[in-house]
Design a protein around this ligand. Structure first.
Ligand SMILES: C[S@@+](CC[C@H](N)C(=O)[O-])C[C@H]1O[C@@H](n2cnc3c(N)ncnc32)[C@H](O)[C@@H]1O
Length: 163
């Protein structure tokens, strides 16, 4: 799977996981929106949840920006927008928080759901807490990767959401 990141450059460069991925040559980093090719755009505002049926695409796109600027319009990139279902962050800044993942966590989660577990593990090697992300989310990731479609992913997600 090709991995692309639209890089806004408005977040702390010391903690930026997209830069860590770029340093290790694990993604194509795009500093201009016009150069991002069409793919599955990982967008937390998207109506539809990512599911294994999206595996027809051969390209994933994340937007690396600060959460303060991660508004709906910022994800206006070519391709199909998909939200990731309930998963928790393992990065030291947001450890244990649901839904707001770093770029490396989001790409790795998407790869597992799309059946590309080996590539997910390689991507997570870019950060020292990468293995922890897969351990923390082992059960939901396995269940999402087994789903027939997006509605099934949302039904599984409901098991993890408490009122
Ligand atoms: C807002 S940026 C924050 C990046 C952070 N500065 C870093 O160093 O990784 C994280 C990106 O990962 C993807 N992402 C994170 N959580 C997501 C979710 N729940 N659904 C879809 N995409 C998500 C999106 O592309 C989002 O823009």
């Amino acid at each position: 799977m090709e991995l692309h990141v639209r890089y806004e450059g408005d977040d702390d460069p010391e903690k930026c996981t997209a830069r860590a991925l770029d340093r290790d040559d694990r993604v194509d980093l795009h500093r201009r929106p016009g150069s991002v090719p069409p793919g599955i755009v990982l967008d937390p505002h998207a109506e539809q949840a990512l599911s294994p049926t999206d595996a027809d695409w051969d390209r994933l796109v994340a937007l690396d920006c600060s959460w303060e600027t991660a508004e709906r319009e910022a994800y206006d990139l070519p391709g199909e927008r998909r939200a990731l279902p309930f998963l928790v962050a393992a990065n030291p800044v947001n450890f244990g928080h649901p839904f707001e993942l770093t770029t490396v966590e989001a790409l790795a989660a998407a790869l597992v759901i799309l059946g590309q577990r080996d590539q997910a593990e390689r991507v997570l090697e870019a950060v020292r807490w990468g293995e922890t992300f897969l351990e923390l989310n082992a059960e939901p990731l396995e269940r999402y990767a087994d789903c027939a479609d997006s509605s099934a992913v949302v039904a599984v997600q409901d098991d993890y959401l408490v009122d």
